[in-house]
Structure formats: structure tokens, C-alpha cells
Design a protein around this ligand. Structure first.
Ligand code: AP5
Length: 202
């Protein structure tokens, strides 16, 4: 049911601040002497897709034909666990920055279906949340990214609602816990502390 190392999967709608919170988390974990490997699932997908010449940026991934996304998703899960196996022993923690749900032109699509979970075997799934209005503002300020397809405040609200349900559905496969964590405007360190508490409790 578990990998040798502990696994925490961190999800949340695009722009809620997962990557920002996790950069605080990694620093805090390091200060406490924890051996943590933090990876971004999208980085692994985009690396393969760029090599194939089918995307130029990460925001194009969710618009690829769904069967292509599925193949990239499978490969990413495999490579992440391979990398973690190389560097983490039983005291190590793998933290995966990803999505419980991806909005695609073909419909909402699970980021953590069974074939991904079979590789990751998460101890915990974290859902990072903020008010939809604030998430939409963060998306707008983050100029380097194209997230218009998420659909503004209402799109974020809908995605957040279904993503919670998706996280819980994913948790059932490998008996993972699910925790909703609030990313407070102006203070991502609070959410990082909450993730730290979860890791310490595993
Ligand atoms: P992904 O790799 O997850 O995109 P990302 O760049 O990591 O992050 P997001 O767009 O989700 O934003 P974020 O929540 O990390 O916010 P950030 O910290 O940047 O996904 C890329 C693609 O990969 C997906 O679209 C999908 O196609 C694919 N993919 C990934 N996982 C998949 C899976 N499992 N299956 C299939 N496909 C998958 O912050 C945003 C802004 O907010 C920043 O400007 C930041 O400074 C600001 N901010 C953050 N926190 C705060 C705060 N507390 N106060 C004020 N401002 C804040």
C-alpha cells in the first residue's frame, strides 16, 4: 500500500499558490533536518512534451489531445517515483505538486487516477485552497502564465468544488488522508506550516 518513503501529494486549482507554499515548506523542512524531495508533476509532463515538440509552455499541456495527456501523465508518475527511489530512504518524504482535477476541452479530468496512484501511493493528499476571488486575482497578477481557460472567478469556484471531491475519490484507492489547507493572502508560510504538521504526523 505504500512506497518506502512517505508521499504527500499537494493539489489545488491553478494559481492558488501550491508552488509558492511548497517553496516555503521545502525551506522549513530542510531547517528541521528532514530529507524532502519536492517535484512538480507538470515539470515531468512538460519535459517529455517539449522533447516531442508538441508544446512550448506548460499551459498548453491541458489542451493536448486527451490520449496524449494520458500518456504523458503515466510517464510522469513513473519517472517521479524512479527519481524518489534513487534519493530517498525510509525516512525521506516525496512531495508532489500536482492537480486532483485538470480542466481540459474534453471535460474535467482526474489528475490522480488509479494508474498514477498505483505509482505514487500517497500517504496524504493536501488540497490548497483560497477564496475563488483571490485565486482569480493571483492568476491575473501571474503574467507569465495563461490561465484564461480556467474561466475567472466562477470557473475557479466550480473547479475548486469538483477538485475537493476528486481528491477524496483519489484518496480511497490507497487509503490516503485528505486535508484542506488555506493559503492566506500575503502569508503562504502558514499553509507551509500546516503541510509540515501533516508530514510529521505520518
Ligand atoms: P502545474 O505544473 O501544477 O502548474 P504550476 O505552474 O505548478 O502551478 P499552478 O498553475 O497550478 O499554480 P500554483 O497553484 O502552483 O500557483 P503559484 O504558486 O504559481 O500544472 C501545469 C500543467 O501540468 C497542468 O495544467 C496540467 O495540464 C499538467 N498536470 C499537472 N499535474 C497533472 C496530473 N496529475 N495529471 C495530468 N496533468 C497534470 O502562485 C500563483 C501566483 O499567486 C503567484 O504570482 C504567487 O506569487 C501568488 N501567490 C501564491 N500564494 C500567495 C499568497 N499567499 N499571497 C499572495 N500571493 C500569492
Amino acid at each position: 500500500m505504500r512506497n518506502r518513503f512517505r508521499v504527500v501529494v499537494v493539489t489545488g486549482v491553478p494559481g492558488v499558490g501550491k508552488t509558492t507554499v511548497l517553496s516555503f515548506f521545502s525551506k522549513m523542512a530542510e531547517e528541521r533536518g528532514m530529507k524532502v524531495l519536492t517535484v512538480n508533476f507538470g515539470d515531468f509532463m512538460v519535459e517529455s512534451a517539449v522533447k516531442e515538440g508538441i508544446v512550448k509552455s506548460r499551459d498548453e499541456l491541458r489542451k493536448l489531445p486527451l490520449r496524449k495527456q494520458l500518456e504523458l501523465q503515466r510517464l510522469a508518475a513513473e519517472k517521479i517515483v524512479e527519481r524518489a527511489e534513487e534519493v530517498l530512504d525510509e525516512r525521506g518524504v516525496l512531495v508532489v505538486d500536482t492537480h486532483a482535477l485538470v480542466k481540459t476541452p474534453a471535460g474535467y479530468w482526474p489528475g490522480l487516477p488509479e494508474h498514477v496512484l498505483r505509482k505514487l501511493r500517497p500517504d496524504a493528499i493536501v488540497v490548497v485552497e483560497s477564496e475563488p476571488e483571490i485565486v482569480a486575482e493571483r492568476q491575473a497578477k501571474d503574467k507569465g502564465r495563461q490561465r484564461a481557460d480556467i474561466g475567472g472567478v466562477e470557473g475557479v469556484r466550480m473547479l475548486m468544488e469538483i477538485a475537493r471531491a476528486a481528491a477524496i475519490a483519489s484518496a480511497v484507492w490507497y487509503a490516503s488522508t485528505v486535508a484542506m489547507i488555506y493559503n492566506k493572502e500575503g502569508d503562504p508560510s502558514q499553509a507551509a506550516i500546516e503541510i509540515l504538521k501533516i508530514v510529521e504526523a505520518l
